[in-house]
Write a protein that binds this ligand. Structure first.
Ligand code: GNR
Ligand code: NI
Length: 172
């Protein structure tokens, strides 16, 4: 396993559209292991392959880690099959947009299909935080960040803050 570098906005590679995985083989499972290691090291609850510069439709997630025990989840080629009409605001952050937290409007429930680690077709029904995270990660696979859901003003403020933090880190 190897920890990878997480890209941060405005890196153009974050705008890449992921390609579906043809076959869940050893290379993909190694990618998944690297992604989980990278996600846990960064204290994130999810990570999409595009965030480490790999334009494939692979997502890892662990929304239980705050409770002390790891519960890694893997979603390969995830597709939303159904989304509730009902929406709600969720406070979101992103490892590719560090230290920025904003409310994003999301569907409160979704149904999605995906391949698991063994390449088997699965369907997940998600609500609450899992539904929020899945929508956030599936957005990454089409080159979309949570700040793209914000008003132009809020997005430009977030990018400005990010640029400032990056420059200060370079000086430090
Ligand atoms: O670590 C993360 N936390 C988070 C909180 C609210 C909604 C979505 C997320 S995902 C984010 C990790 C990340 O950037 N995944 O792409
Ligand atoms: Ni993210």
């Amino acid at each position: 396993m190897a920890k990878r570098t997480i890209l941060t906005a405005p890196d153009p590679r974050l705008k890449a559209k992921g390609k579906d995985v043809d076959k869940v083989d050893g290379d993909i499972r190694r990618l998944i292991d690297d992604m989980l290691e990278t996600m846990y090291a960064a204290d994130g609850v999810g990570l999409a392959a595009v965030q480490i510069g790999v334009a494939l439709n692979v997502v890892v997630m662990d929304i239980a880690q705050k409770e002390g025990k790891n519960d890694p989840q893997v979603f390969i080629n995830p597709k939303i099959l159904w989304a509730s009409e009902e929406t709600a605001k969720f406070e979101e952050g992103c490892l590719s947009v560090p230290d920025i937290w904003e409310e994003v409007t999301r569907h409160t429930a979704i149904r999605a299909q995906y391949l698991d680690r063994d390449g088997n077709q699965q369907v997940v029904e998600a609500d609450g935080f899992l539904a929020d995270c899945l929508q956030h990660e599936i957005d990454h696979l089409s080159g979309k960040l949570f700040i793209d859901h914000l008003s132009r003003l809020k997005r430009s403020m977030a990018l400005k803050k990010l640029g400032k933090a990056k420059r200060q880190k370079e000086l430090a």
